[in-house]
Write a protein that binds this ligand. Sequence first.
Ligand SMILES: Nc1nc2c(c(=O)[nH]1)N(C=O)[C@@H](CNc1ccc(C(=O)N[C@@H](CCC(=O)O)C(=O)O)cc1)CN2
Ligand SMILES: Nc1ncnc2c1ncn2[C@@H]1O[C@H](COP(=O)(O)OP(=O)(O)OP(=O)(O)O)[C@@H](O)[C@H]1O
Length: 186
Amino acid sequence: MLKKDLRIHFLEKRKSAPQSALQQVGFQLSQHAKNLPIWDLSVYHIFLQSVKKNEIDTTAIIDLLREENKEIVVPKISADFHLQHFHLLKDTVLENNPWGIPEPVNGIPVPPLKIDVVFVPLLAFDRKGHRVGYGKGYYDRFLSECRKDCLKVGLSLFEAVEEISDTGKQDIPMNYCLTPERIYSF
Ligand SMILES: Nc1nc2c(c(=O)[nH]1)N(C=O)[C@@H](CNc1ccc(C(=O)N[C@@H](CCC(=O)O)C(=O)O)cc1)CN2
Ligand SMILES: Nc1ncnc2c1ncn2[C@@H]1O[C@H](COP(=O)(O)OP(=O)(O)OP(=O)(O)O)[C@@H](O)[C@H]1O
């Protein structure tokens, strides 16, 4: 299937998920995350839920990262479809952007090369670990700035589709995807 069709289909499907389910899924994914071989590292990047867009609630994963004493980094939209990245500290002030995504108001940027693990927001993914996001290329660009050995863990409400047919050179595949049902390794 084509990315644009998958995007439409799964955005629509996500609209009907109640907030309680998004919280429940977040908890299930955090339980799966405990079983991934990713815990010997230091710097973990995670997105903050947009309630408005019915995204997965990532609070349980953030709590897990805090328990494990990991450095936590979150994204902020910058110019030209680029992201900047800031530490999430206890006193970090967050403000919702126009898409309902909480973002740090300020901070010292963390270079992508310092990041060891990225939890990636997904609309859909396939059996090879390719992904579909909102289609603005924010994560495509960001992941291309990370180290080759940076681990990429997709978080998805829905199970894998058979194949995304229009993947290209700039698409960086995931190492793992977590869904409510299972862990996919690629
Ligand atoms: N929670 C969360 N944070 C994230 C992402 C995400 O998917 N989830 N991102 C993943 O990429 C980046 C932000 N990506 C975005 C991608 C698309 C649009 C977007 O649809 N913009 C529309 C305007 C829609 C409107 O006006 O309401 C547009 O530009 O046309 C916004 C943010 C970084 N932070
Ligand atoms: N590394 C890159 N540098 C510049 N442009 C890029 C890069 N990667 C992807 N793009 C562009 O970004 C746009 C969106 O790509 P794509 O359709 O793969 O979206 P997506 O992966 O669903 O989106 P996202 O990265 O926002 O989650 C495309 O027009 C693509 O050409």
